[in-house]
Write a protein that binds this ligand. Structure first.
Ligand code: HEM
Length: 286
């Protein structure tokens, strides 16, 4: 089983994320033209919410569920998620329009994010994002894809969240302290070591092992917004939903140690959804 190809494609410069809620009696039949167009475009990733996946008569991978609140992260769970990416903004818009035209008779657009790469893979807070992502193709697939023998093989669990930053507040913090908030240096993204790494840093909260297994995930987030409203559209793929869930709980001080991620003082998620991105073979079978 092969993952949707765009999940592991080199990170493009322009991105559009569309979240839809389906209306009425949707079926695989009515969705087929949009799914086919998404597949043929090869720069599109398509994800399904738990409810829609079940409505389509498909068996869900074991951990798939609708998002339920985690601390101040409130559910905005929708049914269908499309991620369209390319280096050329026009290509992103053209593909998005084609898909939207096919979907609009059967679904309502709930969220549209226009994301653009900022400097070289930096978030709007100025730190490089993605440095600790798995490097080899094998490690990326291992982190992101549901293994053989489990329902949904080759697919992924995905979390998307639209984070809105308080950039003036973050930028008012001295750089040394910003580095302690993230857990890496700002200029060259070198991980802080030993006593220099605060327990409240973002890296300390998200670099986690369970029973000795590093909870690696594959992050493909993109900055959004302009001079006032801005932030990060967080996108993470995982072979187990619990990997991402544990990290989010640790960020909000909801794990045993009760420690909070200082990054959450400067940014808050305004959308939160779990998705399942089926393998190419499963998509075709629809
Ligand atoms: C405002 C939202 C967020 C921002 C600006 C942000 C930014 C960053 C930055 C700058 C790094 C360090 C460089 C890197 O390794 O990529 C990082 C690491 C990381 N982040 Fe986030 N992040 C955000 C939300 C999240 C969320 C919601 C999760 C998971 C639920 C998460 C999971 C991770 C992980 C797993 C790492 C790598 C830790 C390691 O192994 O070193 N991040 N993030």
């Amino acid at each position: 089983m092969n993952a949707q190809t765009a999940i592991f494609a080199p990170f493009a410069r322009c991105h559009r994320h569309l979240e839809y809620r389906v209306t009425g009696n949707v079926s695989a039949e009515t969705l087929r033209p949009a799914i086919k167009a998404a597949e043929e475009a090869d720069n599109v990733v398509i994800g399904f919410g738990h409810e829609l996946w079940q409505k389509l008569g498909q068996s869900a991978p074991p951990e798939l569920k609708p998002f339920s609140d985690i601390g101040p992260a409130h559910s905005t769970q929708a049914d269908l998620w499309l991620w369209i990416a390319a280096d050329d903004h026009s290509a992103v818009l053209d593909t998005s329009m084609t898909l939207h035209t096919l979907l609009s008779p059967i679904a309502t657009l709930e969220r549209e994010i226009d994301g653009v790469e900022y400097h070289q893979s930096r978030d709007r807070i100025g730190f490089e994002d993605g440095s600790a992502n798995p490097k080899t193709e094998e490690a990326q697939h291992q982190a992101a894809c549901i293994p053989e023998g489990v329902t949904g093989t080759g697919g992924s669990y995905v979390l998307t969240q639209q984070w809105q930053h308080n950039l003036p507040a973050f930028n008012a913090v001295p750089i040394k302290e910003q580095e302690g908030i993230i857990g890496r240096t700002k200029a060259d993204s070198i991980e802080l070591e030993g006593d220099a790494m605060p327990a409240t840093s973002h890296v300390s909260r998200t670099d986690v092992k369970v029973d000795g297994v590093a909870q690696k995930i594959w992050r493909r987030s993109v900055p959004w917004g302009g001079v006032e409203a801005n932030g990060l559209y967080f996108v993470a793929f995982a072979c187990e939903l619990s990997r991402i869930e544990i990290q989010l709980q640790r960020m909000y001080g909801l794990s045993e140690d009760g420690i909070k991620d200082r990054l959450t003082e400067f940014s808050a998620p305004t959308s939160n959804s779990w998705w399942f991105t089926p393998s190419q073979e499963q998509l075709r079978a629809l």
